[in-house]
Design a protein around this ligand. Sequence first.
Ligand code: MGD
Ligand code: MGD
Ligand code: MO
Length: 758
Amino acid sequence: MAKRKDTVHYNGTKGGWGSLRGIAEVAWRERPTLAAIDTLRRMNKAGGFMCVSCAWGKPEHPHAAEFCENGAKATLWELTSRRCTPEVLARHKASDLKTWKDHDLEQLGRLTHPMRFDAEQDIYVPCSWDEAFAAIGRELKAIDPKSAIFYASGRASLETSYLYALFARAYGHNNLPDSSNMCHETTSVALRTVIGSPVGTCVLSDFDHCDAIFFFGQNTGTNSPRLLHPLQEAVKRGVKIVTFNPIVEKGLEVFKNPQSPVEMLTPKATRISSLYLQVRTGGDIAAITGLIKYVLAAEERRWSQEQAHVLDIDFIEQHTAGFAAMKAHVDATGWDEIERESGLSRADLEAAGQIYVEAERAICMWGMGLTQHVHGFDNLTMLTNLWLLRGNVGREGAGISPVRGHSNVQGQRTVGISEKPELVPLDRIAAQYGFEPPRDEGMNTVEGCEKILSGEVRAFIGLGGNFLRAIPESENMEAAWTKLNLTVQIATKLNRSHLVNGKVAYLLPCLGRSEQDMQESGAQAVTMEDSLSCIHGSLGKNRPASAHLRSEVAIVAGMAKATLAPNPRLDWDAWTADYARIRDAIEATYPEQFHDFNARVFTPGGFYRGNSARERIWKTKSGKAQFTVPTRMNALGFAPAEGRFRLMTLRSNDQFNTTIYGYSDRLRGIEGTRDVVLMNPDDMAAAGLTRGQRVSLASDAGDGVHRQVDGLAVTPFLLPRGCLAGYYPELNPLIPLWLHDEQSKTPASKGVPVRILS
Ligand SMILES: Nc1nc2c(c(=O)[nH]1)N[C@H]1C(S)=C(S)[C@@H](COP(=O)(O)OP(=O)(O)OC[C@H]3O[C@@H](n4cnc5c(=O)[nH]c(N)nc54)[C@H](O)[C@@H]3O)O[C@H]1N2
Ligand SMILES: Nc1nc2c(c(=O)[nH]1)N[C@H]1C(S)=C(S)[C@@H](COP(=O)(O)OP(=O)(O)OC[C@H]3O[C@@H](n4cnc5c(=O)[nH]c(N)nc54)[C@H](O)[C@@H]3O)O[C@H]1N2
Ligand SMILES: [Mo]
């Protein structure tokens, strides 16, 4: 799509001075201490602390400053000098705070004291930790364990997560949804089905050996900027990068490395994508079908020209199942349908196909653009089809590499935070701790919401996160929330989920990862797993925001002790006193992946916990890597109709999920507001809308439920026709709870059917 003067866009490059300015602005806003700024130097280095922002891999040989604009923002956000004290909370009723914007709530600063919600006065009042634990224990003991949900946002360490899951199972449920259920769960379910492993197969060094990288629906420049460094290195080696995204996202277009003086002081910047294809929202299955069609045709051409195979015939024969059915499906699909559904031309798709065919080793990467669709599962199985054709899995320099979100979201699943009991070594847990863990399926996020609405759920504990703001149908959910017996939120800053409370409600403030965690045996380190399955130790050194904070480990242990009957093998106090003992326990439950855990905590670059698919061992039903036939050509869950648009809800460059740092989406040229709807200028003209005009969006899901968001400024933007974009979480009230990936139940936040009301 050619650039147009009549659209809003950014003229600079990703990185460069703009990103340094971004850091300076947040430093100004948060007013961190000098020690806090010094902390940035220790980020993502062995013996340092691991960034609280994204999950991208941390190299063995880090840069002098191994952090990015948004990692610095996230760290300074945690180390702000602002404090949300009991006095501050006493001044504001919850009903008043509920009218505040997300940005303003968190701007109150770090929570400092454990608080109980007093419903009569409608305010939070301070309480002691003992009181909080005792009340939580009392409430949990009074209900059926299976009516409680223990949610986790993907930030808490492996140590905390392991104890949290253990607490849930000892108490009696598997209701352990985490933010992954709104995020990459589609990835985990699809990859497990087709390659027998829920996580990516690449390690960082693969990026030094690949010839091509294909990106789908991931905004690297904003959401995992450190990944731009290996990409830039790769481009300099001649690697071709092909990107599929309805929006031309700056970071994947051009990048100026803020760590390179030459690039900073000259006009020099690196063009990242050699081919950038603006696929229609939901059009990836069709686009990938086109690529596969090209690869199959190239294989046929080679017969007449007696050239080397294009397909990896040996790999397909030895390692895969289902090739013939997949091929028959693609052969039967015409280019007309592919072009119509993807919104891309055959010539462009063939050009991308040629890059794939020419690459001896190729890596594919993706984010929410593939996972958050009703047929997100098919997006991923189709992409895997393409990767299997040329044996691009389980070879150095080749593979499948999803870009995960929260810094430990992958790790939480690794150590037992899962609603799926079959993924957890329950027999080992039973033997290790002498209790019988529940074997029935727990609730994922969507099921949890359904059962909160129906009244079956009685208690909710949130280990971090902002559940009520992150889920779909957020307004309707809030009404049901107040009927819960117990709500507990473990958090660092105040957010909207803390203002809608159950009958008994506690807000428990915890240490952040950059802060020193002193326990009986001394300062404690914690660990996390990155997107590439490497485990890193992290040691916080900053002075805690308040003397009354407890660590997440201590809080989970405190709740568990107050709830469970004594069991000498569940020694919560000993675990809290020395986290090395928790790591020993993790090692005992997961010996294959975590052997010598304590000795390996600070391995530079992290230690790799292994992945069977990388070894070409396929733990699938067929015992092979599985080719599949997609159920349809479009990832959306609805048909086209007059006046119906497909809406994607996105992150700006100035937020971390529901944490809104500010109002500058610099890389898209949108400044000063988040209340926008981005739209193709031709669609605007057709609908008679003008730039800046305020409109409402209403969901057009055909279920008779009215969902609407008002006051959005129409903003001309280079999007494919029929597609709209706006910001998460403001637009979450538009997403029906039932609109989710069919297999994994990940909400379809990138494919929401809406109408414009003007
Ligand atoms: N600074 C910062 N970093 C973050 C986060 C943050 O909020 N801020 N969040 C963290 C978390 S939890 C996560 S999960 C990740 C999220 O990181 P991403 O996966 O990048 O998620 P989004 O910002 O939602 O952007 C999705 C991208 O997909 C594109 N897209 C939308 N629909 C489609 C489609 O149908 N097809 C294709 N091909 N593309 C599509 C959009 O244009 C956009 O570029 O980032 C993590 N890192
Ligand atoms: N429409 C739409 N909805 C979406 C998405 C989308 O793209 N579109 N994306 C989805 C995705 S990918 C995700 S991951 C979810 C995110 O959902 P969540 O993970 O639930 O939300 P966050 O915004 O990351 O949580 C922010 C809060 O976490 C708390 N916090 C921060 N640091 C810590 C810490 O160290 N410890 C503890 N205990 N608390 C801490 C702070 O109080 C902060 O207010 O949202 C999902 N929802
Ligand atoms: Mo996420």
